[in-house]
Design a protein around this ligand. Sequence first.
Ligand code: GLA
Length: 392
Amino acid sequence: MTDPARPGPARPGPAGEVTDRAAAGFLHRYGEPPAGRWAAPGRANLIGEHTDYNDGFVLPFTLPLRTVVAAAPQDGGRWTVWSELSDSPVEFGVAEVTAPGRVTGWGAYVAGVVWALRDAGHHVPGARLAIASDVPVGSGLSSSAALEGAVLAALVDLGGVDLPAERRPRLAQRAENAYVGVPTGIMDQSAVIRCRPGHALFLDCRTESVEHIPFDLAAAGLAVLVIDSRAPHRHAGGEYASRRTSCEQAAELLGVAALRDVPAAGLDEALARLDDDETRRRVRHVVTEDQRVLDTVELLRAGRIRDIGPLLTASHASMRDDFEITVPEIDTAVEAALSAGAYGARMTGGGFGGCVLALIDADRADAVTAAITTAYAARNFPTPTPTFHRLP
Ligand code: GLA
């Protein structure tokens, strides 16, 4: 690892700083400079997985990786979108944003935001956009939410729309759920729009109230290592939706609006009312995970960052054994990080691949990375890629 503050060499990306690339791309593509640039970061989730769509609690933080949109208005109710990650631009007009699903592929995230804004009654000007990004796609660091957040910020500003930050995540989520067709919760869009640097975002996904929890790792001599497991996503879309359905069915069986309404103290009683072992384990994950978020927040408020380690590791075990969303590469990385001295480690994100995060002493980053790489090699897994190990 050369410079730990920089995004690692995970995927060879285009050269140059991301904001410059977006502006240069705009100039190159459209022959004039953009009216402005808007950015949204990638995120990792410290703890609270698959709790968001159960109306529960999450604790994400943003990463020093960004998606930047350079944009300018364009006449005639048309949108032209160029991305450095694609050979061909996407173009659409009003007809494609009168109903969901008419633009597909990566352009759907952009069209979905236009559709969601218009559907909420906002004026959206036609626009030309150029997108550049450091957020790796398919690594579970919310490249989709970063794209939605940056496009939303651009269109809201260009259109002079009065849309406060706290109302933007629902709109971006609607773009993803209804237009793109992915049934995600509210965490990622909230994280990329509402997180503050140096803080984790304690979000109540039912009320959408937030508290910015100081998360000053550097002051404590700590770091979070985020490692891309490089596990291929295995049926991730279908598995995510099926977990969500089981949770909703369990809530109905238990007579509550959402699993968030099952208190940790009432867990055993709730489990005794469920016949199916798999459903019981799904419920146990969500209810215990909500409690782990609350416990983590308490420890962080008390400045006891190291002490959250066991909660992170317990969260991983719960995702592995009860929610069943981890894969061998991910479990290997977590075990290796722990044996190399991490205070705690867990998969972060929706599961079936993606990234692992480990809470470590800042000076142990190379040793922990090496331990994971060695454990991977022993199992013939592809070399995992460190994304970074220092927070902004
Ligand atoms: C994905 C979804 C989120 C959330 C996580 C799991 O990232 O987009 O809404 O459900 O998975 O915690």
